[in-house]
Design a binder for this molecule. Structure first.
Ligand code: PEP
Ligand code: MG
Length: 300
């Protein structure tokens, strides 16, 4: 799946699912007009086979330092639910999405039975946050319907996915599944939180590969295990997905989808299509001495 930061993305054969639309780019220079947001979302919905849109998350690598005050030091759901600026952005984004979906479905250009549309809730920590957003989402849809901006209630076709990207969320996974139908592992922020790394640019520019640290991998394994147990989808949209070693480990752990910038897809596809699980199992099988080849190699 693709990570994108604007509606101007290229879809290429076989990779038509957008696993993460980072919407912050739309707000980089100024607050966009509602009609522009609707247009961007319509164009993305038309071209992507499935679209996952992340609600605005004011991280310091995505917003201008001069705007920092507006965000009151908050991130993700904390910002979107607890601040005036955040509530207003969440409202605009939800309105724009509902309008875009309604227009395309009414014109018969998008089949909501076939196309998965998901809102990602950034930095989600509790099930209540997700329930509160659903409440606001439903109220916005009712308003749009009442003033005839939209024709039909279609909001129930839009899934809510929880971004698991803090240690706190990892401790609350079971509770979070009560209100979310999928997990998306935000391994960049998760790595930063678990390893107390202050400057995330080090991670994003590939100067450090801390996402392969055992502490991070153990947390990711737990997230995948809980998702499997609760029978919900789990994907990963952090940089670990485009790291060949990370992609192999996550695939072995049972991840359902990896999402990354388009430029990494050919290499990761190459790596994953050459995984021979059945052959690999032989190395894990125990020899007569009760130890597997892998164990013996690691003991050296
Ligand atoms: C992440 O934290 O891993 C993630 C995908 O979100 P972003 O990098 O945009 O914070
Ligand atoms: Mg993040």
């Amino acid at each position: 799946q693709l990570n994108i930061a604007s509606a101007d993305f290229k879809v290429f054969a076989g990779h038509k699912e957008v696993g993460l639309f980072r919407t912050e780019g739309m707000y980089a220079d100024r607050v966009p007009k509602m009609s522009d947001v609707v247009r961007s979302l319509k164009s993305s919905l038309l071209r992507a086979a499935g679209l996952t849109i992340r609600l605005f998350d004011p991280d310091d690598d995505k917003v201008r330092p001069e705007d920092a005050e507006k965000f009151a030091g908050k991130r993700g759901m904390g910002f979107l639910l607890e601040t005036e600026a955040g509530s207003s952005i969440a409202r605009e984004q939800i309105r724009a999405l509902l309008i875009a979906v309604d227009r395309l479905a009414t014109e018969g250009r998008v089949d909501l039975e076939k196309k998965e549309i998901r809102i990602l809730l950034p930095m989600l920590i509790t099930a209540e946050q997700s329930a509160e957003l659903r409440k606001r989402f439903n109220a916005i849809e009712a308003e749009l319907l009442a003033d005839k901006t939209i024709h039909c209630v279609r909001g129930e076709k839009i899934e809510f996915g929880a971004m698991i990207e803090t240690a706190s969320a990892v401790m609350n996974l079971e509770e979070i599944t009560e209100e979310s139908t999928s997990f998306s592992i935000g391994a960049n922020d998760l790595t930063r939180d678990l390893l107390a790394i202050s400057d995330r640019r080090l991670l994003m520019t590939g100067q450090r590969y801390d996402w392969l640290s055992p502490k991070v991998l153990r947390a990711i394994e737990r997230i995948i295990d809980v998702a499997k147990e609760k029978k919900i989808k789990v994907s990963c949209c952090g940089e670990i997905s485009r790291d060949p070693m990370g992609a192999i480990l996550l695939t072995l752990m049972g991840i359902d989808a990896l999402s990354m910038d388009a430029s990494y897809i050919p290499d990761i596809n190459y790596v994953l299509s050459h995984l021979h699980f059945d052959e690999w199992k032989k190395f894990a099988r125990k020899d007569e001495d009760g130890k597997s080849k892998v164990e013996k190699a690691l003991a050296k």
